[in-house]
Design a protein around this ligand. Sequence first.
Ligand code: ATP
Length: 290
Amino acid sequence: TKLLDENYKLFLADSSTEKNQYVNMHYMSDLKSATNVGRVAWSGDVCLEDVYFSYPLRPDVEILNGLNLTLKCGTVTALVGPSGAGKSTIVQLLARFYEPTQGRITVAGEDIRTFDKSEWACVVSIVNQDPVLFSVSLGENIAYGLPNDNVSKNDVIKAAKAANAHDFIISLPQGYDTLVGERGGLLSGGQRQRIAIARALLKNAPILILDEATSALDAVSERLVQQALNHLMKGRTTLVIAHRLSTVQNAHQIALCSEGRIAELGTHFELLAKKGQYAALVGTQRLAFE
Ligand code: ATP
């Protein structure tokens, strides 16, 4: 509870009244889930310790190769690197879709394998560049898959507001009851992303994994998504597969993944000054930086 209090203060330090109300509202349920789930998750660094990994179908090919990386509690780490370097693989291990073949991943020193899978699902939120929406209403999509099934409509609206999704939702004739077409076909890319961000805000997990969209949104949509992401990242231990220059510039640290290891680690300017692989990636625009 004490640890959660620290996190709560962090939220309050930053926030608009709206956000405060949102956090206040969730505080009690947070306390509940913290005792059930967050033994260490709100307080500890996430460490990948000497991680090796091969996919089961290609056991001979080492994808991660003794990788070490620490995600400091409550900070943002931007993960960059050439295509095929292993970035998505790292995400899949953090999500526990797979387990390391050697080495371990820990939170506050505890191996994440000591959490059962359903506990872990409460600890980590993943927001992909192409979020899955379900063929139910927009409101139900925001509350989808939450461990706590007594989410009120009010909770959903607060999360949608914080994710910049409320205004477009209420502009639709059926509002929150609007049914989402197959794979969210009714909505633009930016709108789908904001629904996914609202879902993650409502879930309120301490560890966040973002796979930033590569495809450009229009400027207005981009700004709305970015603001929503800033809300979501605040105070959470975040790993973002980064494609935007603004994301890497604002990150607390950038980890450059190459051939299954972290080859360079530092801030944007530190890594540029190093004139190594990161500087080369930025220089040759091989990152989809705008
Ligand atoms: P990108 O920037 O292109 O998304 P990445 O850095 O995320 O690349 P990964 O997707 O982690 O790279 O892939 C690393 C390597 O693992 C690649 O060689 C890829 O072909 C291989 N790989 C990915 N998924 C699987 C899988 N399910 N089975 C076997 N090999 C895989």
